[in-house]
Design a protein around this ligand. Structure first.
Ligand code: MF3
Ligand code: CO
Length: 237
């Protein structure tokens, strides 16, 4: 799991200065795929339930599962979520970052920052004996206290030899609810946060999920493992 997670981290390290105005979302996916494959791994999302891209690239009001497209050009002021899965020796790492493209508004940057911070607020509760809902609740409370809303249709998930394993991990819900965490569990925790209302619309391509109100959305994810006394991030170098 650490080796697979490391490849995902190498992707973000390799692309972070290359997300600039004028490149296409396909260019983004190609850069990611090159790094995944040159490290001996396979892009997990490619052909997963017929998903056609190597990674997901979701711009502005697209929440998740944006399909890479050579005609979709990133422009100054966009925010772009890049969701990367890598399979190595049968195990999967899954993580996402949202990048500002060029110069963004303060509002956009604040959404991106709060989304990442909510991950760290939630993961504070990740340890044996805690309830999964403690993580979910902390993420929701943090984002809502900044005036944002949480997507309901998509959640985090267990991760391992399959991309999506039990338990599913909502980014909302009461503390003290859900399964009790145990050492060795691997979890992909992924707040998906909306500037406006959380209602979702899926495009005719069958994948791209957008906010109904057209307002921005941001996404941040890491795969973690529950350790004896807390957690470790797997999708890091
Ligand atoms: N991180 C996303 C998830 O956990 C990526 C899946 S995209 C898919 O759902 F195309 F593979 F479905
Ligand atoms: Co995921």
């Amino acid at each position: 799991m650490k080796n697979a997670g490391r490849v995902v981290a190498l992707v973000f390290e390799g692309i972070k200065d290359k997300i600039v105005p004028g490149i296409s979302t396909q260019d983004v996916a190609d850069m990611c795929e090159d790094i995944i494959r040159s490290n001996g791994a396979y892009p997990t999302f490619l052909h997963y339930y017929d998903y056609p891209g190597a990674v997901c690239v979701s711009v502005n009001d697209e929440i998740v599962h944006g399909i890479p497209n050579k005609k979709r050009i990133l422009k100054d002021g966009d925010i772009v979520s890049i969701d990367v899965g890598a399979t190595l020796n049968g195990y999967i790492g899954d993580a996402c970052r949202t990048y500002p493209v060029g110069i963004c508004t303060e509002n956009a940057l604040r959404l991106v920052k709060v989304t990442e911070e909510s991950f760290w607020e939630g993961v504070k509760y990740a340890r044996p004996g805690a309830h999964l809902g403690d993580i979910s609740h902390a993420i929701q409370a943090y984002c809502e206290s900044h005036g944002y809303s949480m997507v309901r249709e998509y959640t985090g998930h267990g991760v391992g030899a399959s991309l999506h394993e039990d338990p599913y991990i909502p980014n909302y819900g009461p503390a003290g609810s859900g399964p009790v965490l145990k050492e060795g569990m691997c979890l992909a925790i992924e707040p998906m946060v909306c500037e406006g209302h959380f209602a979702v619309r899926v495009l005719k391509d069958g994948w791209t999920a957008k906010t109904r109100d057209g307002k921005l959305s941001s996404h941040y994810e890491n795969s973690i493992v529950i350790t004896k006394d807390g957690y470790e991030i797997l999708t890091k170098i």
